[in-house]
Design a protein. Structure first.
Ligand code: C2E
Ligand code: CA
Ligand code: CA
Length: 527
């Protein structure tokens, strides 16, 4: 998976991880709120229908009472009864008599035969024989329409407003609709009648995120009540809510993705693995014997750090420069020292003429830190300071003044200092004059060419001569062949190190190697 795909996938996954639960919660909460609201609306609609039916029932009862009146119709006594009825029944506004489509008289109109008030054909005939007229103009010319319910020549007039006249704290809108024509015949103030009619046609299923519609039909009468209510606001805009969370999820995904990516690429980097190896103390040390070229006996050993990562050894030439770059080299030096003391202190105590040489880096030569660590660690071990040598490479001589002081401090403390890889740097000769040291290690590249015709083959004898002039010991590195050893010996090199004598080996093996030979006659003398 490349970085881009990885980033895309992690953005997607974290967005999904953020979004799915939030989306689900919003959805469930929204559904729940929906259900509750719908239930509340249904109850409200039920109550409204009951109310509307009470109005109708009263009208019917009033008409039935009129039918039982014994007086002659429209006589003064009958009119008086009509007025009583209109007054007694709460929702009845007028009670009257009609014949052949003509209004004869009523409680409000009095005798009206001569006014020729016409009744249109009724809109509906109920199951129990009542006629219903909707939307009638009233004889007083008032803006409000009337609704009449009648039977056998008697009628009462009802204010359609009483069908929807329900006190409601939530200010829900109500409309009463004629179920056969789909016309709204009564509605509370503020109702969009057209919208209510559409709601009726669609059975209340409106694509409206803000409003909910509920319809309740009357059992007996041809009308229905439609309730319109605002949805509770928090979930009305759930789509916007989801969008916001989608953005949050995306941003989170981006952050998480790049974080994981960074952690992963750091994990994969050798720097990170070096750090981990340091934490876990995964570095080990091998010891390569340094021998006296005169008799081949071991005088000491160079400690060489080893790192096996995932079963594969990583060459120090690879990880040492990286550790230097990442500022980890001092920690490595410390762990090497720790190992050397743990593995070699017994042997060094028994064998005070032998030594172990430790490689240090430029950082270790800038300050006295490592010398202080070394001193502290050696305290109480019984190891003499002279038994721990310091190998400094020319690469470490960047800050010449500081290095000179530190090298001198090591020497003052009794630790012999070796100049490693001598001759490979360009300033070798110039610092030879300004540094005081104890051992000069001739680099393998010069040892490789001795005895050959190459121009460089003449370098080794010069270095040897120089070392003699300076009065320092010489260790020739990387001796692989007997004739190299012989040449070097003949030219006055005292010590050698290389596969000809022994390869670097783990502590236990090195101890066995030492056991096989007795202590050399002449140990190492430091001048
Ligand atoms: P170096 O200090 O010059 O160490 C000698 C290197 O030559 C070692 O390589 C050793 O195994 C190798 N060698 C010895 N004899 C022969 C031979 O006859 N033939 C051949 N071909 N090679 C031989 P190694 O162990 O791979 O270390 C490489 C370099 O890594 C060292 O060069 C040193 O600069 C650095 N190094 C090793 N251990 C440490 C350490 O603990 N601290 C520091 N700062 N650097 C270290
Ligand atoms: Ca070395
Ligand atoms: Ca070397």
């Amino acid at each position: 998976m490349n970085r881009f795909t990885f980033l895309a996938v992690s953005i997607f996954l974290s967005s999904a991880a953020t979004l799915v639960p939030v989306g689900l919660c919003v959805y469930i909460a929204q559904q729940d709120a929906h259900r509750r609201e719908e239930a509340a609306l249904k109850t409200f609609a039920d109550n409204a229908i009951i109310r509307a039916e009470i109005v109708t029932k009263q009208a019917e009862q009033a008409v039935a009472e009129m039918e039982r009146l014994p007086q002659e119709r429209c006589s003064p006594l009958h009119l008086e009864q009509l007025r009583r009825i209109a007054f007694t029944w709460r929702y009845v506004q007028d009670a009257g008599v009609y014949r052949d489509g003509m209004n004869l008289c009523s409680a409000l109109l009095g005798a009206a035969e001569d006014r020729r008030l016409r009744l249109p054909a009724p809109a509906w005939l109920t199951r129990n024989g009542f006629l219903v007229w909707f939307d009638l103009d009233n004889p007083f010319g008032a803006a409000r329409k009337s609704m009449l319910i009648g039977r056998n020549g008697n009628y009462v007039s009802v204010d359609p407003g009483s069908y929807v006249d329900v006190v409601d704290r939530d200010a829900r809108l109500l409309a009463a609709v004629d179920t056969r024509t789909g016309n709204v015949f009564s509605a509370t103030q503020g109702v969009d009648r057209q919208l209510m009619m559409t709601a009726w046609q669609r059975g209340g299923r409106m694509d409206d995120p803000v409003h909910a519609f509920v319809i309740k039909k009357s059992d007996d009468l041809p009308f229905a009540i439609i309730v319109e209510a605002r949805r509770s606001s928090s979930f009305a805009n759930w789509k916007a809510l989801l969008t916001v969370w989608l953005l949050v999820g995306l941003a989170l995904g981006l952050v998480l993705g790049s974080l994981v990516l960074r952690v992963m690429s750091r994990r994969n980097s050798m720097g990170w693995q070096l750090r981990r190896a340091l934490r876990r103390r995964e570095f080990s040390v091998q010891y390569q014997p340094i021998v006296s070229l005169a008799d081949g006996r071991c005088v000491g050993a160079e400690a060489l750090v080893r790192w096996v990562q995932d079963g594969r050894p990583v060459p120090p030439d690879v990880f040492i420069p990286l550790a230097e770059e990442q500022g980890l080299i001092q920690a490595i030096t410390d762990q090497v020292l720790e190992r050397v003391i743990a593995e070699m202190s017994d042997r060094l105590r028994q064998d005070p003429r032998r030594y172990v040489s430790i490689n240090v880096s430029a950082e270790d030569l800038k300050t006295l830190r490592f010398l202080n660590v070394l001193t502290a660690r050696l305290a109480g071990t019984g190891i003499a300071n002279a038994q721990i040598r310091i190998e400094a490479t020319e690469r470490g001589f960047l800050d010449v003044d500081a290095t000179r002081r530190v090298i001198q401090a090591f020497r003052d403390a009794g630790h012999p200092v070796c100049i490693d890889d001598f001759g490979t740097g360009y300033s070798s000769l110039s610092y030879l004059q300004s540094f005081r040291f104890d051992v000069l290690k001739i680099d393998k590249s010069f040892v490789d060419t001795v005895g050959q015709d190459a121009a460089s083959s003449s370098v080794a004898p010069h270095i040897i001569a120089m070392a003699h002039a300076l009065g320092v010991q010489i260790v020739a590195e990387g001796i692989e062949h007997a004739d190299q050893a012989q040449f070097l010996r003949e030219h006055g090199t005292q010590f050698g190190q290389g596969w000809l004598f022994a390869r670097p080996m783990p502590a236990a093996e090195f101890l066995r190697y030492l056991d096989r030979e007795s202590v050399p006659e002449h140990g190492v003398e430091i001048q």
